[in-house]
Design a protein around this ligand. Structure first.
Ligand SMILES: CC(=O)N[C@H]1[C@@H](OP(=O)(O)OP(=O)(O)OC[C@H]2O[C@@H](n3ccc(=O)[nH]c3=O)[C@H](O)[C@@H]2O)O[C@H](CO)[C@@H](O)[C@@H]1O[C@H](C)C(=O)N[C@@H](C)C(=O)N[C@H](CCC(=O)O)C(=O)O
Ligand SMILES: Nc1ncnc2c1ncn2[C@@H]1O[C@H](COP(=O)(O)OP(=O)(O)OP(=O)(O)O)[C@@H](O)[C@H]1O
Length: 483
């Protein structure tokens, strides 16, 4: 796929004087191939402008950057105000504005993006539609799975996948990092769905107001006839819905406690499975699902409303919701032979943890054991609150390691010990797999064990037992394998 440099510069309002053939766009000098356009970004770890020479050595035909260079390069250098924003526009143009050939659904919010995207993807597929799904767990394009490295891929990979996709619908998770870094940009979504907002990523956004304002920008990415779908079961959602109305951005709310929507929740039960009674424009329907938890009531109704907006009937949506088997690592249950239960969940925010533990408690007749840790080099301001929630809702807490992301193990363990100090029911165990095996040995009939933080993800640290993830550790232990 080739484009001329002049063609690509048009949407940036720049008139080039040399027409050069561009064979691809790259953010990373190490990936440059002959004839590529290198976009130099000033990043959080390093500065892409430092790699301009190596990009040229590797074959870059032109460079875009935002800094004034002192020297003259052997290839054209085009200076823009914001390289990331320019990249987004360039990638979109290079791949022929591929969002126009799909119905695009973007899902944002602190918690529930993955679950809602799986729900919607499933509803669409169940009703004979083709749909791509892009998010934290994986990217699925034309029915084929690809490894996901970022919840929202960078602008180049995103546009390339949208171009390759022959799917009628694209359901994608949109992270706040993705919005802030212009991985998504411009009118590209037919539907933008906001799940909720709570304490997370303050290492990046500094405060909740900035985080909120970033999330809100997804609604500027709606196509002309696009619309928003906003979860109003939290105060940030209520505010967002009001502000969108003031700004004349069409949006529908869901999950409001007062049931003011044309499709609203009348009542619900959260365990042993989610059962929801809804009112859809004056008609009552019951949805009996196979997943658990109050949070999934909201995820289900959000996806129900989006599917109804798309044009599916209540029956089509309900049948699909009732057949939904759940999301890997999101409140996954393993029944232990002695009648205890283990739950694996991806909760890594205070609000997510609250929902996950509440659900685990409701599913547990006797003692609830909670095993979790914290990611290194991520928002550490949420840790104390999460420990408080854990010791409040569980009977016994085992703090252990999660991904260190380069942080020193001893430093994390010291922090865990400090966090556990005020509480009697918290133990720190260095090794995640040992903590799981130990708690499994304590479980009696009616007890529950919930492990949070990693969900279905594979371990990134070396642990004593050579298993790949929390589920495998549990399964190997209860099946009596030597692990
Ligand atoms: C903090 C953050 O978001 N960083 C993202 C950012 O990287 P950066 O600005 O730090 O890049 P950098 O390392 O400083 O390098 C600057 C530039 O130099 C280039 N470079 C670097 C070295 C070299 O030899 N040659 C070269 O050209 C790099 O390719 C880059 O373009 O831009 C990169 C390109 O798009 C992203 O890959 C990278 O995501 C990192 C890997 C990351 O972990 N991000 C996480 C926090 C993230 O985005 N998470 C959200 C989900 C959050 C959630 O809801 O849980 C996500 O969407 O995944
Ligand atoms: N609607 C919700 N409200 C609050 N918590 C939720 C909600 N949905 C899911 N959770 C909790 O958050 C965890 C992560 O859910 P999910 O993966 O769907 O969210 P996410 O927004 O995609 O998170 P991430 O971007 O980090 O992958 C779940 O395991 C559950 O504990």
């Amino acid at each position: 796929m080739n484009k001329t440099l002049n063609y690509l510069l048009q949407p940036l309002g720049i008139q080039g004087n040399e027409d050069i053939n561009i064979t691809g766009i790259q953010l990373d000098s190490r990936k440059i191939e002959d004839g590529n356009l290198f976009v130099a970004v000033s990043g959080y770890e390093s500065d892409g402008h430092r790699f301009i020479h190596s990009a040229i050595e590797n074959g870059a035909a032109a460079i875009i950057g935002q800094k004034t260079l002192k020297e003259t390069l052997s290839v054209p250098y085009i200076q823009v105000r914001d390289s990331r924003k320019a990249l987004s526009i360039l990638a979109n143009y290079f791949y022929d504005m591929p969002h126009n050939k799909h119905k695009m659904i973007g899902i944002t919010g602190t918690n529930g993006k993955t679950t809602t995207s799986y729900l919607l993807h499933h509803i669409l597929k169940h009703n004979g539609k083709t749909a791509a799904r892009l998010g934290t767990v994986e990217y699925v394009i034309n029915g084929n799975m690809r490894e996901s490295r970022l919840t929202t891929p960078d602008a180049i990979l995103l546009q390339q996948m949208l171009h390759e996709s022959e799917d009628e619908y694209v359901v994608m998770e949109v992270s706040s990092h993705g919005i802030d870094q212009y991985r998504v940009h411009g009118p590209m979504f037919d539907y933008a769905l906001f799940t909720n907002l709570s304490h997370e990523h303050l290492d990046y956004h500094k405060n909740l107001e900035n985080y909120y304002q970033t999330k809100k920008k997804i609604f500027r990415c709606l196509k002309d006839d696009g619309r928003g779908i906003v979860g109003t079961y939290g105060s940030w959602g209520e505010r967002l819905h009001e502000e969108l109305a003031e700004e004349l951005i069409p949006s529908i709310s869901f999950g409001h406690s007062k049931g003011v929507e044309s499709i609203s929740i009348k009542s619900y039960q959260t365990v042993p499975e989610v059962n929801v009674v809804i009112d859809d424009n004056g008609k009552e329907y019951v949805i009996n699902m196979k997943i658990q938890g109050e949070h999934n009531v909201f995820n289900a109704i959000g996806s129900y409303i989006c599917a109804r907006e798309i044009g599916l009937s209540p029956k089509e949506v309900i049948e699909a919701l009732e057949a939904f088997e759940g999301v890997p690592g999101r409140f996954e249950t393993v029944v232990i032979p002695n009648g205890a239960k283990a739950f694996i969940d991806y909760a890594h925010t205070p609000a997510g943890l609250q929902y996950a533990l509440k659900t685990a408690k409701e599913c547990t007749e006797q003692y609830l054991y909670h095993i979790f840790g914290f990611r290194g080099k991520r928002d550490c301001t949420k840790r104390e609150t999460m420990v408080k929630i854990s010791q409040n809702l569980s009977d016994y807490v085992f703090l252990t390691l999660d991904d260190l992301n380069g942080m020193k193990k001893e430093q994390m363990l010291a922090e865990l010990r400090e966090l556990s100090k005020p509480y009697q029911n918290i133990v720190v165990m260095d090794d995640r797999t040992e903590a799981i095996v130990y708690v499994l040995s304590l479980l009696k009939k009616g007890d529950g064990m919930i492990i949070t933080g990693k969900g279905s993800e594979n371990y990134r640290e070396e642990y004593r037992y050579k298993t790949c993830n929390d589920r495998e550790t549990i399964l190997k232990c209860i099946q009596g394998y030597r692990i």
